[in-house]
Design a protein around this ligand. Sequence first.
Ligand code: UDP
Length: 296
Amino acid sequence: MLERLCALTGAEIRFEPLDLRNREALEALLAEARVDAVVHFAGLKAVGESVEKPLLYYENNVGGTIALLQAMAAHGVRSLVFSSSATVYGDPERLPIPEDHALRPTNPYGKSKLMIEHLLADHAASDPAFRYAALRYFNPIGAHPSGRIGEDPRGIPNNLLPFVAQVAVGKLPALKVFGNDYATSDGTGVRDYIHVMDLARGHVAALDYLSRKKHSITCNLGAGRGYSVLEVVKAFERASGRKVPLEFAARRAGDVAASYADPSLAAARLGWKAALDIDAMCRDVWRWQSQNPHGY
Ligand code: UDP
């Protein structure tokens, strides 16, 4: 499939695992390849772990981005799409959340994303030819519709969807629903889930924007509506035809009741909107999980 994609697009696709903090390897790669733009997804992303190991998060996420920006500058690469996160908003003061909402992340992971947004803004101010798109992801879930690419977390999953999928496939006994006394329709937490295929299209739209508009943008990538944990479980049961046993547990530290995006800026500027609904997200997660019960 990759070969076909390369042939169709004329693009060169290579996989080379590289630690961004390894400046030498990064420089060597940029010296050798002809790079027009960088899409920077790399980073540690577990909120709980970031509280336990803040220095690791700052070193890896912030340090890695500094090394990347320096190497890009040295090789004349001046467009970057960055994976930011809705965590930069912290506890929402209003819903849906627009981009000009207060930025008060409550953990080192979210703070590392916000620091990187600041870095990007300062770097762009110092170099008028550099431009970036910082994309604040809400809750990406789903898998490639082929069932060949999906989420395979190490150990017990932290996030809702991989956990639910592993319960449905029989790897885990029951879902623990963290809190059923929130001020939401059914008492469980509400989030803005977005299909990874929509998210991928958002990056293509951002690259296109950077090449057309020549200036930077920071915007939400979300569907603009929320689903409760129980609604997600119901959708997953419909998609999989399996029962997902659950039990109610205490709230998880640091969780907010509800979070969903105002996605209008991405629609207006990037011409991007999430198109796939919760049923498509669950169907694709289930295809991946049922075809790959033991992961990769
Ligand atoms: N959640 C849950 N049980 C789990 C994992 C998550 O009830 O095992 C809830 C969590 O409290 C939140 C929602 O599912 O309301 C989404 O959590 P997730 O960790 O996937 O994403 P977050 O919004 O925290 O980034």
